[in-house]
Design a protein around this ligand. Structure first.
Ligand code: XIL
Length: 319
């Protein structure tokens, strides 16, 4: 078998999707390969709560319906994220107390809307700085204080006692300072009985790093805490330094090897920590990476013509 979800027997295989690509060849491949989806951007606050007092769950509903109709789980992503905060929230005119009530209402409204239909939520995304491991200076930190993350998790739990609650961030598979803050956060949550079910390593990585040893080490640091671990947004850059103008065979093989390493590590974690490995998009030309780094790349498992790349084979070989 070459379908990822069939070969990955001990964890779910996820795909980032958007509502405009739920049909045709996309749909056929989604059905064949994956048993979980994440909304690439349509379940973020700027989309679900675009204007004060007016929620818009049109796209989110469509994605949840799609998952159900196709027997897939859906991972909610992401309730609080500084990069998807609507302008009206950034510029919130009310008091801090009113701000906090507004966020509580948003989290409870959203989580309870999908209660029993969504398996998990990234409650807070990317709250830790790269440089120093301190909390990122977002409007949520400013308005609600240093325990805003704890509050958000509590509200999510009150709205749905069963949904799995994740903290999600990037660079956690190699940045020890950043991961250190997240490990402290887990300890703090556990000490104070704040609900937290798992951590997401985004896994936006490159063909040449981080090393397998480093990823394995950081993975273990999280699973040793007894929480779930989601590799939540995997893509593997082959052109981080902009030194190739097309995907060379050498880079395609290097990408494949990196994917194999990642899957080997994930597959080997304790059963109780397994959740899902999600790939951040289907075709190279649909990836956010070229946009993010400002030049071409081929970071995913399918090429523009829906052909399977070596990276896809690399996934199967990691199992
Ligand atoms: C990105 C999506 O891929 C883009 O389509 C969107 O415009 C911006 O967000 N970390 C995350 C994801 O948690 O939500 C981001 O996704 C990539 C970085």
């Amino acid at each position: 078998d070459t379908a990822l979800k069939e070969v990955a027997e001990s964890f779910h295989v996820g795909m980032a999707v958007i509502t405009e690509r739920l049909n045709g060849t996309h749909h056929e491949i989604y059905q064949r390969e994956y048993n979980q989806i994440t909304a690439e951007w349509e379940m973020k606050m700027n989309i679900m709560y675009p204007t004060e007092g007016r929620y818009d769950f049109t796209a989110a509903d469509q994605l949840v319906d799609y998952a159900e109709a196709n027997g897939m789980r859906i991972h909610g992503h992401a309730l609080i994220w500084h990069a998807a905060t609507p302008t009206w929230v950034e510029d919130f005119a009310g008091t801090d107390e009113e701000f906090e009530t507004m966020v509580e209402d948003y989290i409870k409204t959203t989580v309870s809307r999908y209660k029993g239909r969504i398996v998990s939520w990234d409650v807070v995304n990317e709250a830790v700085n790269d440089s120093n491991g301190e909390l990122r200076n977002t409007v949520f930190l400013q308005r609600m204080g240093a325990d805003y993350i704890q509050k958000c998790f509590q509200w999510a739990r009150e709205a749905d006692p069963d949904v799995l609650l994740f903290y999600n961030d990037y660079n956690l598979c190699w940045d020890q300072t950043k991961l250190g803050t997240v490990l402290n956060l887990i300890d703090d949550f556990q000490t104070n009985n704040v609900p937290l079910d798992g951590v997401g390593f985004q896994m936006h990585i490159s063909y040449n790093g981080p090393s397998k040893a480093r990823i394995a080490e950081n993975t273990k640091l999280v699973t040793d805490k007894g929480v779930l671990l989601h590799y939540s947004e995997l893509d593997v850059k082959v052109n981080p330094d902009n030194d190739i103008s097309e995907l060379t065979e050498e880079r395609a093989f290097a990408q494949k090897d990196k994917v194999t390493e990642v899957v080997e590590i994930y597959n080997a974690i304790p059963e109780g920590s397994k959740f899902a490995l999600t790939i951040w998009g289907l075709r190279d030309n649909e990836s956010w990476i070229p946009n993010q780094q400002g030049h071409a790349d081929w970071a995913l498992f399918y090429d523009e013509d829906f052909n399977i790349k070596k990276a896809h084979t690399g996934f199967l070989e990691g199992l």
